[in-house]
Design a protein around this ligand. Structure first.
Ligand code: ADP
Ligand code: MG
Length: 273
């Protein structure tokens, strides 16, 4: 074995030990370039470490995206803001770009009937925040309530709530579908109270606050939950016709009005979430 090969082997081992996989992968090429171009030693060192840092950041963001449970294709770039004229694109972009609201534990609440793009928009916002280095978890509200309920049965609700603390934004999709069960909804209240003014929530709902009494059962708890949620919040009202239905209509060939009416339902894409 030549001296050069042995030295390369030792370098490999040291870089593995130090957990610098990118430097290890690039060392040979970048060192060769440095020799060819006569770089000062500091430039070589900086070039290698810059690569390592950049790849670390990419891997971190990939990990955050994988743990987020966000639909991969629901992005801001594929959201048609023209379809929801009462939602300000500038306001949504500001939430995506400047994330000081996450540091204050402020919330985003999206209201509107089914199919208007609430889940899409909130996922898209989640992706943008992950790109900016934040941690996000998307869950159906009813799934999370079940999970917290199970945790409470096993006397580990505080630990389960603490686990959710590592997420800067917790997205609860479809609050209105939570089952009306007193024990379940009180865990939802506990979650809201626990995160109040500390960690953000984004909630989608197809019923207005006035009907949340059916989710929380007890009027005082409903009031207390709504109060905390709206205290620091951006509310996006998406009261338009279903995007799904409109897309299905647009895809229909021109037909007499009576037949077209029947065709919509059979051609409408199924509910995704
Ligand atoms: P909601 O959560 O309000 O029920 P979704 O977000 O699930 O609605 O939207 C239904 C479908 O229509 C999804 O496939 C979504 O990507 C699409 N969609 C809804 N609104 C828009 C929009 N403004 N631009 C692009 N796609 C949209
Ligand atoms: Mg939805």
């Amino acid at each position: 074995m030549s001296g050069a090969t042995m030295a390369a082997g030792r370098l490999d081992l040291m870089l593995t030990e130090l957990r610098l996989p990118t430097v290890r992968r690039l060392a040979e090429d970048v060192c060769a370039q440095s020799d060819r171009e006569g770089w000062p030693a500091r430039r070589l060192l900086e070039a290698l470490l810059e690569h390592e840092l950049a790849e670390r950041e990419t891997r971190r963001i990939d990990r955050h995206r994988a743990e987020s449970c966000l639909s991969p294709d629901k992005r801001l770039s594929s959201f048609d803001f023209a379809a929801v004229p009462n939602v300000s694109k500038a306001q949504v972009m500001a939430l995506a770009d400047a994330q000081e609201w996450l540091d204050r534990g402020a919330n985003v609440l999206l209201f509107g009937p089914p199919g208007v793009g609430k889940s899409h928009l909130v996922c898209a916002l989640g992706h943008a925040l992950i790109d900016a280095g934040r941690r996000v978890l998307f869950t159906r509200c009813s799934d999370l309530v079940q999970r917290l309920q199970a945790a409470r049965r096993d006397l580990r609700l505080p630990q389960e709530l603490a686990k959710l603390d590592r997420f800067d934004l917790l997205i609860l999709d479809d609050l209105s579908y939570v089952r009306r069960d007193q024990a379940e909804t009180s865990v939802l209240f506990e979650l809201i109270a626990e995160r109040y003014e500390r960690k953000s929530l984004a909630i989608t709902a197809n019923t207005p606050f006035s009907e949340w009494g059916q989710v929380f059962v007890e009027p005082a708890m409903t009031l207390a939950a709504v109060d905390r949620l709206v205290h620091h919040s951006t509310i996006l009202e998406m009261n338009v016709e279903s995007y799904r239905r409109r897309s299905a209509q647009a895809a229909q060939p021109a037909q007499p009005a009576t037949r077209r009416g029947r065709g919509h339902d059979s051609n409408a894409p199924t509910e995704q979430r």
